[in-house]
Every structure is written in C-alpha cells, then in structure tokens.
Design a protein around this ligand. Structure first.
Ligand code: ZN
Length: 134
C-alpha cells in the first residue's frame, strides 16, 4: 500500500477532472467521516469565460469518506483580494485546524507523560547506582 491514495475529482470551473494525492494515514485517522480535505490547482480549462484566468489558483474542498470515495467537491477561485471563501468555508477550515491542534495537543500530552515516566525511572536508576557506590 502506498503512502498516498490517488484520486480524481471533478472540477466544475475547469470542467474536467484533476488528480489529487491524499495521505493515507491522514485519511485513516479522522474522527469523523466524511472528512474535509483541501487541495489547490491552477485553472486548466478552456472556457472563453475564463480566458484571463489561465494559471489562476482554484481551491477545491473535497469531502472524502472512509473508503476514500470523494462524496462531494466544492471549487472556488483563490482570490485573496475578494472574499470568495464563504464564512461557512472559513468555519470549516477553522474547525479542521482546531481538530488538528487538539490531535497535536493529545500527542504532546502523551509524549510528556512518557518523558515524565522515563525521567522518574532514570532518577531511580541513578539513585540506586549512587547507593551502590557509597
Ligand atoms: Zn479545475
């Protein structure tokens, strides 16, 4: 099994499918399904409507289920001057980041616990060897 799951998603702005690589361990360690995955690509369509937008970035929001099936796709032009990302999307992004921070906090806590235990056991060892030396 590869490190990434390769998928195609349909982008209605370009009117074609784009490849995406989803990190497998990321997809497997979600608390909720479907989960949200953000990806970005350059405009790759040939609609007359978007002739001036070649090479412009498009943000795609993918909703992916436990079997790596892409259930839904939202696409939007990335344009930091215009507030194209809706408040709803912003909230989703913030929620995603908070989940991520919580995960990191959990990992940090468990590492600190292990570290404290290690520290205790190495203290005990050095105490014992001190006793042996005296
Ligand atoms: Zn596209």
């Amino acid at each position: 099994m590869g490190k990434y799951v390769r998928k195609l998603y349909f982008c209605r702005i370009c009117d074609k499918s784009h490849p995406v690589k989803i990190p497998r361990d990321y997809a497997e360690n979600q608390k909720r399904y479907p989960f949200v995955f953000f990806t970005i690509h350059k405009y790759d369509g040939d609609s007359e409507e978007h002739l001036d937008k070649k090479e412009k970035d498009i943000i795609a929001t993918l909703y992916i289920d436990k079997n790596y099936a892409i259930r839904d796709v939202d696409v939007a032009w990335e344009d930091s001057s215009a507030n194209i990302i809706s408040e709803y999307d912003t909230q989703k992004l913030v929620g995603f980041l908070i989940d991520h921070v919580n995960d990191l906090q959990d990992k940090y806590d468990s590492l600190m616990e292990k570290y404290a235990i290690l520290l205790e056991s190495s203290k005990e060892k050095s105490n014992k060897s001190d006793n042996n030396n005296s």
